[in-house]
Design a binder for this molecule. Structure first.
Ligand code: BG6
Length: 506
């Protein structure tokens, strides 16, 4: 791994949560690994008044609270690269002091013209800041590259995403844009590509002839916490499925790319999105299930329902659980259902892809009520990162009873390997100019286009139920019926917390 070219790294929204929880800890970890440029300055920008030193002190506290590396010995050295400027990012005039501050940092630290601007701000500033930067020529690439990192959400719907795209494209090019989808930065999500394309044994089976259905789950045990205000304008479908889970589907379903070039991989993901079978209005109630957590008791503790959370409308119809069934109409996947689900206040935090293989054509060993095994390949994205293969084994003794057993790999068994955080990987890649693991504009648009019928129906059609589910359970029972097949349901790695405590089968 080589050090990126020298540059100034500007974070807008520097006094916010993401900066201290994710961005600065990731930058520090890169610093410890000697993966920041030789000449580097980090400029925090936000409205709150801080001196350079107060901001450094705040970041020092954050680095111990949200540490991603055990080596804290270099914090003081790292802090010397940090500076701060207080401006109102909406105020165009203020950008002259930004320009001046950046120029000073360049001169004092002997840094050339390269710059990254990271928008860790509320989305209503995603058009304003890039426009204001451009009006001072801070986007111009003549004397060095200029890149813009944007956090999701990329729009609220197709229309607003189009508008954002047009606003950005007025003064920035696609090559300059790095849209963070932090799922793509996860090691185990990237491992999907390696599992599929570096093993001769999986890829021949990876199609409609051998796979029965594919399941992608991302469940969280936490509720909306302090983010009720944001979540009210989002919901599970926008917050998780439109971006993270569809990207995971893209990597699971794509054709082999011709190379590891950014455009080769992103083109294949786009083709998957373009092949998503449009969902017809009349089928929405059968293929898209929404739910909202209601109050319950978990291990004796009273848990609030979503409508009682801070910042949430007491009559809110925002979904905290969404499940969707869909098809990818192409040669590889024709007729094979894909199921995705995501929810808050479910029994545990787990993200995984489950490939359910077809059963054997003939049940040879169907004695004593046992049938042939359900072969599943479980690609565990988090938290217990690894790969699990389930297959049938003979139960020792007379007869031919079959039991499903696990062949299980855990990344944690590789004790010498530290899994870098998604932000570390993505920030490093953006510094190198490698956009492979960032969402491209056309992918984002295709994802919105696919989901709009569901989002519109959920907003406008009151006859589509919003199911309540007690916090700590696996969401609405109705979602079980989405999955086709007798006795077939989602994989439940843990029982409902509301039943008898956590029991993880992982
Ligand atoms: C974010 C969502 O993008 O992803 C959050 O806005 C969610 O609501 C988070 O909690 C989940 O990320 P992870 O990495 O914990 O699965």
């Amino acid at each position: 791994m080589v050090r990126p070219e020298d540059h100034v790294f500007v974070i807008f929204g520097a006094s916010g949560d993401l900066t201290k929880r994710m961005i600065v800890p990731a930058l520090y970890s890169l610093f410890v690994q000697n993966l920041l440029p030789e000449k580097f300055a980090l400029l925090g920008v936000s409205r709150t008044e801080f001196s350079d030193d107060t901001f450094r002190q705040k970041m020092k506290e954050a680095l111990t609270e949200f540490k991603v590396t055990d080596d804290l010995s270099k914090i003081d050295e790292f802090l010397k690269t940090i500076f701060y400027l207080s401006i109102d990012p909406k105020n165009i005039v203020a950008y002259s002091s930004l320009e001046e501050k950046i120029n000073n940092l360049r001169t004092n630290n002997n840094i050339g013209g390269n710059a990254i601007y990271y928008l860790s701000t509320p989305p209503n500033l995603y058009s304003v800041i890039p426009r204001n930067l451009a009006s001072y020529g801070l986007n111009k690439q003549g004397n060095g590259w200029k890149r813009l990192i944007i956090e999701k959400p990329f729009g609220y719907d197709l229309e607003s995403a189009e508008k954002l795209k047009n606003d950005l494209m007025q003064s920035w090019t696609e090559e300059q844009l790095f849209r963070i989808d932090h799922y793509l930065g996860k090691e185990t999500v990237q491992n999907l590509l390696v599992t599929r394309f570096s093993n001769g044994i999986f890829e021949p089976l990876w199609n409609r002839n051998y796979i029965n259905h594919v399941e992608v789950t991302s469940s969280e045990s936490i509720g909306v916490e302090e983010r009720g205000g944001y979540y009210e304008s989002s919901g599970a479908m926008r917050d998780m499925i439109q971006n993270h889970l569809l990207q995971v589907v893209g990597l699971t379903a794509m054709e082999p790319p011709t190379s590891l070039e950014p455009s080769a991989i992103r083109n294949e993901i786009l083709k998957v999105f373009q092949a998503l079978r449009p969902i017809k209005p009349e089928e929405i109630k059968d293929v898209a299930i929404r739910g909202q957590y209601i109050a319950s008791k978990i291990k004796g503790e009273e848990i609030k329902g979503y409508r009682e959370e801070k910042g949430v409308n007491p009559e809110s119809i925002t979904e905290t659980y969404a499940a969707l069934k869909f098809y990818i109409d192409n040669w590889r996947w024709g007729g094979i259902p894909f199921y995705v689900r995501s929810g808050k206040r479910l029994p545990t935090r787990v993200s995984e892809v489950v490939i359910h293989f077809k059963k054997t054509p003939h049940f040879l060993f169907s004695t004593n009520g046992n049938t042939n095994a359900n072969n599943q390949l479980v690609l565990r994205i988090q938290p217990d990162e690894g790969v699990l293969l389930k297959f049938g084994m003979k139960i020792p003794g007379t007869g031919f009873d079959v039991q499903t057993v696990n062949m299980d790999f855990h990344y944690s068994d590789l004790t010498s390997v530290r899994i870098p955080t998604a932000y570390e990987r993505l920030i490093y890649d953006s510094m190198k100019g490698d956009s492979t693991l960032f969402a491209r504009t056309d992918e984002v648009m295709a994802a919105w286009k696919f989901l709009m019928p569901v989002l519109d129906a959920w907003k406008n059609d009151e006859s589509i139920p919003l199911y309540g589910y007690p916090a700590g359970t696996w969401g609405p029972e109705r979602a079980d019926e989405l999955i086709e097949g007798i006795n077939t349901t989602w994989r439940y790695p843990c029982k409902n917390l509301a039943d008898d405590g956590v029991y993880c089968e992982l």
